[in-house]
Design a binder for this molecule. Structure first.
Ligand code: UGA
Length: 437
């Protein structure tokens, strides 16, 4: 039997890295996941997952048990890997520019610890031009012979990452030569999945443009939602009606408190920086960001319109994660909304099915000062002046609304994710307001 490629993953305990490592191991590749954070490596060796992702824990256990998935805190252990995936973060700098320093550091570390050449595949989302700059950076350090740079952007979503890996919408590989690009695409491209082999720059920009387009769809529908509230239309019906046109499609047309999380906003800001650097205007994309920021403030303004001065008001917030099926609160919309409520003088109790404390949300103790963490939506609602729904967790759709009404001291529900039907709550005597309904 032909020996399967050994793959290395840098940033192997992050969201993209761990999904990549476990899914490739499941396909039969020996996967060596390297992470600089040795305590996270110790934890996973004791079978403690660094985050929640549906279906991932079982896959990690299975592939560790069958000897295909390995974890290490030593970069030298990647020496035997023919392909090394770089899955490190590219957080936003205050200017909005993506900080690619971890990517450069990772590539250099990998190159310095090998004698032969590895295909080094950049999965991290990087500004257009980065792969070319990394190749020049390696050249300057006489390391080009040890690392051939390839761009292979990742399109998976948190919360459905394992499924997205198995059923990708497309595989995009950017490389200077077709031969190396084909090798990477050949590692995993299920039948029927389109494969696009292209240049570094095209691959990098496809990733940013995809996220910017998704963000634009959300801001578009959120803007139409504003008008719906004024003219008596229902945004859910509007979304359905326009989404039936196959040229538009029904995805990413759910109105709410806007997009958040570690990717869409950061990538949009990074793209805007790229426009600035190119001395070109991007009015449309600036508006996408602006609409999204306004949307968050709108929740607080709606609450003020109902309750007046928020000083001393007690508010329950359901949902801390930036979307359901994840315990990720990084750049979650819930954080700025809660902070704004706190600075308006309200006291806040939060509930999230997966995050029961600042520690579980990987938040610093003083990130949300004075906020109480409830063990159930009902304890969160007990004695409160309003309930805000900020994340569309499936369990919230099944809430006993009579019980919620009895818990609240003021029967007011602001639903930032449109999980309920207005009529249903109003019949129960709950003052209910969704977004664009
Ligand atoms: C996003 C992209 O969807 C992935 O394709 C991409 O690979 C990933 O970023 C990345 O760059 O790594 P993700 O951030 O996991 O994935 O989450 P999304 O499902 O895109 O949701 C982002 C935000 O938009 C969430 O806050 C969600 O609640 C919100 N959203 C989504 C809406 O408000 N309305 C919608 O119709 C859809």
């Amino acid at each position: 039997m032909e020996k399967k490629t050994t793959v290395g993953i840098v940033g192997g305990l992050g969201h993209i890295g761990l999904i990549q490592a476990a899914c490739l191991a499941k396909l039969g590749y020996k996967s060596i996941a390297y992470d600089i954070n040795s305590s996270k490596v110790k934890d996973i060796l004791r079978r403690k997952m660094p985050f929640y992702e549906p279906g991932l824990e079982g896959l990690v256990r299975e592939t560790m048990d069958n000897g295909l998935l390995h974890f290490t805190a030593h970069v030298k252990d990647l020496q035997e890997a023919e392909m090394v995936f770089i899955c490190t973060g590219t957080p936003a700098l205050p200017s909005g520019e993506a900080d690619t320093s971890q990517v450069y550091f990772a590539v250099e570390e990998v190159a310095r610890h090998r004698s032969d050449q590895a295909l080094v595949i950049i999965k991290s989302t990087v500004p257009t031009g980065t792969c070319r700059k990394i190749a020049a950076f390696l050249q300057e350090r006489n390391l080009a012979a040890r690392a051939a740079i390839i761009s292979c952007p990742e399109f998976l979503r948190e919360g459905s990452g394992v499924q997205d890996f198995r059923e990708p919408s497309r595989i995009v590989v950017g490389a200077p030569s077709c031969e190396t690009a084909e090798k990477v695409a050949g590692l995993y491209s299920p039948p029927g999945v389109p494969v696009l082999l292209t240049t570094w720059e095209n691959a990098e920009l496809i990733k940013h443009a995809s996220n910017a387009f998704l963000a634009s769809k959300i801001s578009f529908i959120n803007e139409i939602a504003l008008l719906c509230e004024q003219v008596g239309a229902d945004i859910r019906v509007i979304s359905k009606g326009i989404g039936l046109d196959p040229r538009i499609n029904p995805y990413f047309l759910e109105a709410g408190v806007g997009f958040s999380g570690p990717c869409l906003e950061k990538d949009l800001k990074s793209l805007l920086r790229q426009f600035q650097e190119a001395k070109k205007e991007a009015k449309l994309l600036e508006a996408v960001l602006w609409v999204n920021e306004e949307k968050r403030g709108e929740m607080v303004r709606k609450l003020q319109a109902k309750l007046g001065d928020l000083r001393g008001r007690r508010i329950a917030v359901l949902g801390m994660a930036f979307k359901p099926q994840t315990d990720d609160v990084r750049d979650s919309h819930s954080l700025p909304i809660i902070k704004e409520l706190l600075s308006a003088g309200a006291s806040i109790t939060v509930h999230d099915p997966w995050i029961k404390s600042p520690h579980e949300g990987r938040l610093a103790e003083n990130d949300l000062p004075g906020v109480e963490w409830a063990s159930s939506p009902y304890t969160a609602a007990q004695g409160k002046d309003a309930l805000l729904i900020l994340t569309a967790w499936p369990e919230y759709r099944k809430l006993d609304l009579n019980r919620i009404k009895d818990c609240l001291s003021v029967p007011l529900v602001l639903d930032g994710r449109n999980i309920f039907e207005s009529g249903q709550l109003r019949e129960l005597g709950i003052d209910y307001q969704g977004v664009g309904v």
